[in-house]
Design a binder for this molecule. Structure first.
Ligand SMILES: [Zn+2]
Length: 266
């Protein structure tokens, strides 16, 4: 998955530091990341002017900083939808993490309580209001992805809008729910099925939706007739192992769950 970057090591301790020559300088502009003209990442030693920087995190000894001060006309653009496919994978993970923090900084530029311009804390990854002392940390929303099994079949879905490939039932936790409650509710809402034997698989930080995805496997309980929520989905189809589409990548928990089922590892 995208976060599996071994032997590289992700270091998210918030220790404000000065940039080193080889550190990454990242700026987003209208849903694109700015890259050098040769499509390489911008490094600190390539910056001639004085710019403001926000420390994000490090991978091994390479630190990542956000800025908004680059002259965007001097750089190439890559749409953020493509970030997950950047190779090597640790650069994909680095760039989506920067994307998540950039969105958080934009969303919390002003205090949600009193509309004052927020300051970045020097001690922790937090935005602080100098007027009312409101402290805002990066939002991480719990969500589930669930593979529904019926003996040799699993249920694949396609969203009504946006992402076009086959997916699994997924959704955000609502207030007052356990993960198991969310699984049962989402499955019933989206495809009208009941399930049992819910078992945890693995989790994945998913920066695009600022969520922590928890992956589960469960068994169909009773009738296999799908009742589709057409606002959310345009398709939900049972696939046998042999019929499963062979378009696997090494990025998402969804794809790993599907691959694990196809090769009898669940
Ligand atoms: Zn405030």
């Amino acid at each position: 998955m995208i976060q599996d970057i071994y032997p590289k090591k992700f270091k998210n301790e918030y220790i404000v530091q000065k940039p080193k020559d080889n550190d990454f300088i990242i700026q987003f502009d209208n849903n694109c990341i700015l890259l050098n003209k040769d499509n390489s990442f911008v490094k600190y030693h390539q910056i001639k002017e004085d710019i403001n920087l926000y420390y994000c995190f490090s991978i091994d000894n390479d630190s990542v900083f956000l800025t908004t001060d680059l002259n965007s006309s001097l750089y190439c653009r890559l749409n953020v939808k493509e970030l997950r496919y950047i190779t090597p994978k640790w650069l994909a993970f680095l760039s989506v993490g920067a994307y998540q923090l950039n969105k958080w900084l934009i969303d919390n530029k002003y205090c949600g309580r009193c509309a004052t311009l927020m300051n970045s804390s020097s001690e922790e990854r937090a935005q602080i209001c100098p007027n009312c002392n409101n402290v805002v940390y990066p939002k991480i929303s719990p969500a589930i992805i669930v593979l529904i099994k019926d003996n040799d079949r699993i249920l694949l879905t396609k969203y009504a809008h946006g992402f076009g490939r086959y997916a699994l039932v997924a959704g955000f936790c609502e207030i007052g729910e356990t993960l198991e409650d969310t699984i049962k509710r989402e499955i019933f809402e989206e495809v009208g099925l009941k399930v049992k034997n819910i078992k945890y698989y693995k989790s994945q930080p998913w920066s695009f939706s600022e969520s922590l995805l928890s992956g589960f496997v469960c068994d169909l309980d009773g009738d296999d007739k799908v009742i589709l929520d057409t606002k959310e989905l345009k398709e939900a189809t049972w696939f046998t192992r042999d019929e499963l589409p062979d378009t696997y990548d090494d990025i998402s928990l969804t794809q790993e769950l599907m691959r694990a089922f196809k090769y009898n590892n669940l």
